[in-house]
Design a protein around this ligand. Sequence first.
Ligand code: SF4
Ligand code: SF4
Length: 446
Amino acid sequence: MPSAVAPDTALHPLDLKALDYSVVQQCMHCGMCLPTCPTYNLTNRERHSPRGRIALMRAIADDELSLEKEFVDEMDFCLGCLACQTACPAKVDYAQLFEVARASGNKVTSSPRPPRVRFYRALTLGFLFRRPWALRWAGRSLRWIQRSGLFEAFLESPLTQWLPSKWQRLLTMTPVVEEKFSDDLLASSERPSNGAIRHRVGLLTGCIQDLAYASINRDTADVLLEHGCEVLTPRSQHCCGSIHGHNGETNWAREVARKNIDAFPLAELDAIITNAGGCGSHLRHYGRLLADDPGYAERARLWDSKVRDIHQWLVAIGLKSPSTTTSAPRHRVTYHESCHLCHGQQVTREPRDILRAIPGLTLVELRDAQVCCGSAGVYSITQPEASEALLRDKVTLLLATRADIVATANPGCDLQLQRGLKEAGSGMRVAAPVSLLAEAYRHQRG
Ligand code: SF4
Ligand code: SF4
C-alpha cells in the first residue's frame, strides 16, 4: 500500500535556500524567546532553542552548512509549538521557518530515516491522511476491534512485549473511535430551527476529529445553529493538511488544500469554521501555500480571509449566553491552551469568554496554560521522553487547580491530557469549550 505513494522529494519553492531571505534574516538574536521554549527549558542548550534553530536554518540558507541528519534531528526535536513566535519582539515568522526547515530536512538522503519511520510516514501522511475514505475505513476497522474487546485483550497480552517500544506506546495512545463519524451526525446543510438565518458558514470536520471527536463537530454545528448560522458541511472535504505541513510534506499539504478549496462554495460563505487549534493555524495559510499556483492562488487568499476559529467567530457575532437556571450543574473548570490556537492564531480570550458565559461553571486559571502539553502532532510518538516530561508538568499543574473539568480545543491536546490524567489516577474530565456550551443550551431547553 505505501509503496504506491510517491515520496515528496521534488525541489519545492518552500525550501530554505529558496525562501525569501528577509524571513531568515529577521532574528536579531535577542534571546527573548528562550525562556518560553519548552525544549530549551528541558535541556538548557542553545541548539535546542528557537535562536539556535534559526541560526542553523540561516547557515543552511547561506550555504555555510549542509543539510545533514543532525539538522533533521534538531528540527524533529522542536515541538512546532510557536511559543517563540508569541514572545518574539521582531515578529519572526517561526511557523513558516519551521515548515520550510522540515520540508528541506525531508530532502536529506545521506542518512535517511529508519525504514520503520519511513513506512509509518508513508502509510499515515502519504496514504490515510490524503484519502478520507481510507481513513474512515481504518477508523471503522479500529472501532470494530475496540468494541469487540480484542484491542484491550491484545494490550494486556504478553504479545505486546515483542513490539518495539514506540509501537507499544502508539498502541496505548490510540484514540477510542466514536460510534458515529461526522457524516452520520451532520447533514450536508442545516438551518436554524426558527428559520432566521443571520450567517452562512462552512464547517471543517477534520481527520482525527472526525474519527475520535465527531460529537464535538455535532456540538459545534448545534452552537452555530443556536447563533442563527446556516451550516454547510461538504462531504468532499479533506484533512486540512496541517499534519503534512508540520512534517515537511509540502506537496501533500498543497494537494489537500486544493481539494478543500474546491469542496467549499467560498463565495457564498461568511466564514469557514474550524474547531481544532492545530488545524486552524494551518488553514489560515493556504494563500501562502498556494501562492505560486495560478489556478488556486486567488481562491486560496479568499479562503484565508474566511477561516475563523469557532470561539473567535461566536464572540465576533455576539455570543449568546445560555440562560441561568438554578439547576445548572456546578463545575470548577480550568483551561489548557492549544499551542496553535494561542500562539498560532492568537486566540486566547474568546475560549475563556465562552467558559465564563456558561451558567454553573467557575473558571480557575491554569498556571502556564500556554505551555505545550507535549502532544504536538506526532511528537509524543517520535520524542517520547520530552513529550512525557512536558505531560508530567502539565498534569501536576492541572491537579493543583482542583478543577473537575479541563477545557481544551484541540484533539491532540485532548488525547494527551486524557492519557496523562488517567495515568495519574485523576477523574478530571477533558472537554472542548464548545461542547460545554452546547451542553448548557441543551440543559436550558430541558
Ligand atoms: S516552536 Fe516551540 S519548541 Fe520549537 S523553537 Fe519555538 S518555542 Fe521552542
Ligand atoms: S525573540 Fe525573536 S529575534 Fe529574539 S532571538 Fe528569539 S526569534 Fe530571534
